[in-house]
Design a protein around this ligand. Structure first.
Ligand code: FES
Ligand SMILES: [Fe+2]
Length: 375
C-alpha cells in the first residue's frame, strides 16, 4: 500500500435518518448526496410504458416521448398526489389516472378537467436527464448544477471496441456496502471461490491512490494459478499475470479493469496483447437509506462477435453477484440490529475508506453551514 492510502478513522456505516442525542456528526450525515447524476434505468427499461422508480429517496416516473427522448417527472400528482405512474400517456403528456390532470415533459400542467383556466402554479418537478453509456441518468439536486460533463464514465458499455451486457438488481442494503464490497476484492477468495476467487487474490499486495473525485485500487498478481473463470477465458494453460484495477468515481460508480495474460508476457509493464481484458462496470444508485438499485455490466475486448459468449458471461456474472447480494443483505440486517456499532478498518479497507471519504465530502458540500455548525 502507498503511504497516502491509509485514512484511518472509524467509518460510520449506518443511516442518519433518526439522529439521537450523542450521535456524532458523521452519524447524522445524510447517506447520499443529491447533487449527482444517478443511473435511474437501463436504456431498454424506459419505454412508452410508465416506469416508477425511487431514486435517492424521491419517487420518479420515467417514460419516452414520441421522438424517443427520455423524461423523468416527480411521481406524484399536483392535485391529490396519486402516483402519476398509475396514469397514462397522451402523446407526450402524462395524464393522471385519478381526475385527468395532464402534465407535459417539463412537468407543467396542460389540462384540468371542467375548467378553462389552468392554475399557473400547477405542475410537478421535472428532473434533468442525460442518456449515456446505455443508462438513463437523472440529477436529483439543484438543477442549475446539472452539468452533463459530470456523468460518470462507463463508456465501455457502448464502445464498439468492447462487447458486453448487464442487468440491474435491487439490493436491500445501503449502497455504500456495495461500494465497500467492490473496492476490496479480497472477498473473492472467500465469497467467489468457485469462479473468480482463489488464494492469490487475498495474498497479493495492492496500491491505493485518490484525487478529489476518484479513488483507485491497483492489484497485480504475478505468476499465479488462474481461477476457473479466467483460465476458461484465456483458453491457455499455465500460470498468469492477473490484474484488478478498481476505479471509484464519486459518489457511486466503479469501473474495474480486470484480466489475465500468460505469466511473463509483459502485461504488468503495459503489453496486454497476449491476454484477455474485461471491465466490470458498476453504478449503485441509492433508492433509500437502506436499499439500492445496483446496475452492472461486464464488457470484454476479445471474441467481440460472439453473442453467445456475451450471454454466457452476463449470466455467469449474475450468479457471482448473487453471492454478493446474500452477503450484503445479511450485513445490512446486522447493521440495523446494531446501529450503535462502527466498522473496524483493516489495510484491505483503504480503498473503501477513501470512497466513503469522497462521498462524505460531497454530502458536506451541500449541507448548509448552519447545520454543520450546530453539530
Ligand atoms: S390526483 Fe391527479 S388529477 Fe386528481
Ligand atoms: Fe463479489
Amino acid at each position: 500500500m502507498s503511504a497516502q492510502s491509509d485514512p484511518r478513522r472509524p467509518v460510520s456505516q449506518h443511516s442518519p435518518s433518526a439522529p439521537s442525542p450523542g450521535q456524532s456528526a458523521a452519524a447524522r450525515r445524510a447517506s447520499f448526496p443529491m447533487n449527482a447524476w444517478y443511473a435511474a434505468a437501463w436504456d431498454h427499461e424506459v419505454t412508452r410504458a410508465l416506469l416508477a422508480r425511487r431514486i435517492a429517496g424521491k419517487a420518479l416516473v420515467l417514460y419516452r416521448r414520441l421522438d424517443g427522448g427520455a423524461v423523468a417527472l416527480e411521481d406524484s400528482c399536483w392535485h391529490r398526489m396519486l402516483p402519476l405512474s398509475k396514469g397514462f400517456l397522451k402523446g407526450d403528456d402524462l395524464v393522471c389516472g385519478y381526475h385527468g390532470l395532464a402534465f407535459n415533459c417539463q412537468g407543467r400542467c396542460t389540462h384540468m378537467p371542467s375548467q378553462e383556466t389552468i392554475n399557473p402554479s400547477a405542475g410537478v418537478r421535472a428532473y434533468p436527464l442525460v442518456e449515456r453509456h446505455r443508462f438513463v441518468w437523472v440529477w436529483m439536486g439543484d438543477p442549475a448544477l446539472a452539468d452533463p460533463d459530470l456523468v460518470p464514465d462507463l463508456h465501455w458499455n457502448h464502445d464498439p471496441a468492447w462487447a458486453g451486457d448487464g442487468k440491474v438488481i435491487h439490493v436491500n442494503c445501503d449502497y455504500r456496502l456495495v461500494i465497500d464490497n467492490l473496492m476490496d476484492l479480497t472477498h473473492e477468495s472467500f465469497v467467489h471461490s468457485t469462479s473468480i476467487g482463489n488464494d492469490a487474490v487475498a495474498e497479493a499486495p495492492f496500491d491505493v491512490t485518490h484525487s478529489d473525485r476518484f479513488a483507485t485500487v491497483t492489484r497485480w498478481m504475478r505468476d499465479v494459478v488462474p481461477p476457473p473463470f479466467w483460465a476458461g477465458q484465456l483458453g491457455k494453460s499455465g500460470n498468469v499475470d492477473r490484474w484488478q484495477i478498481i476505479r471509484f468515481e464519486a459518489p457511486c460508480t466503479i469501473a474495474i479493469d480486470v484480466g489475465v495474460a500468460p505469466a511473463g508476457t509483459g502485461a504488468p509493464e503495459g503489453d496486454r496483447s497476449q491476454g484477455v481484458n474485461g471491465y466490470v462496470l458498476n453504478t449503485i444508485t441509492p433508492e433509500t437509506d437502506g436499499t439500492c438499485h445496483y446496475f452492472w455490466a461486464f464488457a470484454r475486448n476479445y471474441r467481440l462477435g460472439e453473442q453467445v459468449l456475451t450471454h454466457q458471461l452476463r449470466e455467469g456474472v449474475s450468479t457471482i453477484f448473487r453471492e454478493d447480494e446474500l452477503i450484503l443483505e445479511a450485513q445490512q440486517k446486522a447493521i440495523e440490529e446494531h446501529p450503535e456499532r462502527e466498522f473496524y478498518n483493516l489495510n484491505i479497507d483503504a480503498g473503501a475508506m477513501w470512497s466513503r471519504r469522497l462521498i462524505d465530502r460531497m454530502i458536506d458540500a451541500e449541507t448548509p453551514a448552519a447545520t454543520l455548525a450546530a453539530e
